[in-house]
Ligand binder design. Structure first.
Ligand code: GTP
Ligand code: ZN
Length: 337
């Protein structure tokens, strides 16, 4: 496919259009703010969905207001806690983004990290007997969770597909994750009672679901959010923005206290290349050994007196994890060159 190159004049024209659009938006916001009668009352809320400059902000009572965002405050994303003010026509203006505790980003086309959602506290990694799980992918998600400061849970779904022997072997294969402190849960959407442990872990949290295609993410979202369509309807009614259900990250309320942020982009997010230190810290069971190898820059490969190799040979670290660490390190270094 040949790429169409834009001429300098075309680029200038696009920039002019974008500048005009920004100016129009800024003046709409100024007018809205100037129409506030009396002392403006700052309110707090959470961004539940964003479409371009339009935000749906949920207040403490759970009411949703269509807001625009002041232009000099950065770009609010789904999950952001914000300060906002009510304007005429039951709308609002977001005047500040409160500090983010965590940020989920994905690299944009230029390789820069672009925030997708904020203030997550749980990352649920879904696996299933079929499609065949990839422990490399699991470890990538775990590193991403550690780097963000979000707690990860591994949920094995579709356990109904396995007979007793296969089930024991499957559980044994992943048991190591529980020994290093990740909650490891077994479920089948064919028997919804098996979701009780997961629901407990999600209570009061802001969570996302990730996992490879076919593990049951859509089915799980349906099970956790039986009123998803109603929530989408409420959002589009409040904002007057139509039902853009397919693309934007949306923060849904879980029945049992808590929130689930979901969108195709969130489900399939991947981190960009991480610093070596971040990667190393992302394999939590390696941490006690870091700094104890003979060489300060040990790659835990063939070097003599490697504390991590020693721990593997003692059975203290799973060799699959070390292999995945090395693989990720190599990929990261390749991406940087
Ligand atoms: N046997 C069994 N099948 C399940 C279970 N959960 C989901 N499925 C089936 O697995 C298939 C894939 O489920 P989806 O929910 O579409 O999976 P997904 O992860 O959203 O897939 P993508 O949209 O491709 O990312 C569907 O046919 C589901 O009915 C389960 O617990 N047991
Ligand atoms: Zn080493």
């Amino acid at each position: 496919m040949t790429k169409r190159r834009l001429s300098g004049r075309q680029i200038e024209r696009i920039q002019t259009i974008q500048d005009r659009r920004r100016q129009r938006l800024a003046s709409r916001i100024d007018i809205a703010l100037s129409e506030i009668e009396g002392e403006p009352l700052p309110l707090e809320g959470r961004v539940v969905v964003r479409h371009g400059a339009n935000l749906a902000v949920e207040d403490v009572e759970g009411d949703i207001t269509h807001c625009l965002s002041r232009q000099n405050i950065g770009h609010p994303v789904c999950g952001d806690r914000v300060v906002w003010q009510r304007t005429a026509n039951h709308q609002g203006v977001v005047t500040a983004i409160l500090p983010r505790h965590t940020v989920l980003s994905r690299p944009d086309f230029g390789g820069r990290d672009k925030p997708l959602a904020a203030n997550l506290t749980r990352l649920v990694i879904l696996i299933a007997p079929r499609p065949e799980p990839s422990d490399y992918l699991i470890d990538q998600y775990l590193v991403a969770a550690e780097a963000m400061g979000v707690e990860a849970i591994i949920l094995a779904n579709k356990m109904d597909l396995l007979d007793t022997d296969d089930r024991a072997a499957f559980q044994e294969r992943f048991a190591y994750y529980a020994t290093i402190g990740y909650p490891l849960l077994w479920a089948s959407l064919r028997t919804p009672e098996t979701l009780v442990a997961l629901i407990d872990h999600l209570r009061g949290q802001t969570s996302i679901l990730v996992g490879q295609s076919g593990v049951g993410k859509s089915s799980l979202v349906k099970a956790l959010l039986p009123d998803r369509e109603i929530q989408i309807g409420r959002l589009s009614k409040a904002t007057g923005l139509g039902r853009h259900t397919t693309s934007a990250a949306t923060c849904y309320r879980l029945a049992d206290d808590g929130a689930l942020i979901d969108s195709p982009g969130v489900r399939s997010f991947r981190t960009g290349p991480l610093e070596r230190d971040v990667l190393q810290q992302g394999f939590r069971e390696l941490r006690p050994y870091i700094g104890h190898c003979r060489f300060a820059d040990c790659r835990h490969d063939q070097e003599p007196d490697c504390a991590i190799h020693h721990a593997v040979s003692e059975g203290l670290i799973d060799p699959r994890r070390l292999a995945n660490f090395k693989h990720l390190l190599a990929e990261t270094e390749q991406a940087r060159t």
